[in-house]
Write a protein that binds this ligand. Structure first.
Ligand SMILES: [Zn+2]
Length: 346
């Protein structure tokens, strides 16, 4: 029965080839991944997937990710996939998504739906004790006058960094629970953050600190700001300690009333949590020529700085985790609600 032998020989041959491939895979030298533009060797985050996600989110195909558009839906799908690949668990009983109503911006517009994604990494006592809430918005300005606003720095950079930091903590569990929220509709009034802050399924009463990433991938000077220490002086010591050895230059500022328009206290999602009396650290770069311009493209990101910033924020989250009960004790009474809610029709 020669055909049987032929089959057997074939099987042995195939097995041998697979064994060879496995051997090559196992013993092939695995040097550090070479990424053009990045000389810094990351210690905490995996830069490849982070940069890839930032590039995908800021590609023309996603049409600027404006809330309530197909490009925004697609962006959310890519972020969710990346979260799932990292091993991070969905936080809400219903899964990853928290949907909320976006009221019409003008009398002739119709209402729509915004969607946040919320994952978490459990600490040593899951469901108990103080929590770190890490946020980054993924929406941007969309298309205006035929031009795509890709928002590579604002805030594809932060959304991708969010997943990279989540991946780090999934592999090295923290002391306290950490929530990772990719927020929608920041650009039209911090609406995703407001929805998160007022969702009864999100334990805001346990949140000790909001750490918010918004514009973290583009700095020619290599400088990353940690704003919010003015409001919670305890955090100034934490930041200055990290700054001594951080891979990106870490500065404080942009959080005092006398800074005027350069006071960033209420200028991104952390503002909502600040008004709720929660300490915050906002991580972001100085405004650059691409800010809210069609030129905010992936090609303009400073990738070496971006990877350094990601490792730096891992240090920040780790340090906050280390003294979280003390930070929790810095919570203040919430500010009175604004007289008119953003997004409410006239
Ligand atoms: Zn932004």
């Amino acid at each position: 029965m020669r055909w049987r032998h032929w089959k057997r020989d074939m099987a042995i041959g195939l097995f041998g080839m697979l064994a060879l491939m496995a051997g090559v895979w196992l013993f092939w030298p695995k040097g550090p991944e070479k990424i053009p533009g990045v000389t810094y060797q990351a210690q905490f985050v995996d830069p490849g997937p982070m940069l890839h996600l930032a590039e995908v989110l800021s590609s023309d195909a996603l049409q600027g990710r404006a809330a309530m558009t197909p490009g925004n839906d697609a962006a959310r799908g890519f972020i969710r996939k990346r979260f799932e690949d990292t091993g991070v668990e969905p936080f809400l009983p219903g899964g990853w998504e928290q949907s909320f109503t976006i009221l019409p911006r003008t009398p002739d517009a119709s209402a729509g739906t915004g969607v946040n994604l919320i994952g978490w990494v459990p600490g040593e006592t899951p469901g108990e004790g103080p929590v770190i809430l890490v946020t980054a918005h993924y929406d941007h300005l969309g298309v205006r006058d035929g031009e795509i606003y890709n928002g590579a720095d604002d805030n594809a950079s932060g959304a991708a960094m969010l997943t990279a930091v989540a991946e780090y903590f999934d592999g090295r569990p923290p002391n306290h629970d950490i929530l990772f929220a990719a927020l929608d509709a920041e650009e039209i009034g911090l609406l995703g953050a407001r929805a998160l802050a007022f969702d009864p399924e999100v334990p805001m009463d346990r949140v000790a600190i909001n750490i918010n990433f918004d514009m973290v991938g583009r700095s020619e000077s290599g400088e990353l700001y940690a704003a919010g220490t003015y409001h919670t002086p305890l955090l100034a010591d934490l930041v200055s300690e990290i700054a001594k050895t951080s891979p990106a230059t870490l500065l404080t500022g942009h959080d005092r009333p006398e800074d005027g328009v350069n006071d960033w206290t209420l200028q991104s999602d952390h503002g909502v949590f600040h008004q709720a009396g929660i300490p915050f650290l906002y991580l972001g770069v100085e405004d650059h020529p691409g800010y809210h311009q069609p030129t905010d493209d992936f090609e303009a990101l400073t990738l070496d700085f971006y990877v350094r910033a990601a490792d730096t924020v891992v240090n920040v989250v780790n340090a906050a985790d280390g003294i979280l009960p003390e930070i929790f004790a810095q919570r203040r009474a919430p500010a009175p609600p604004p007289s008119k809610t953003e997004g409410t029709p006239e």
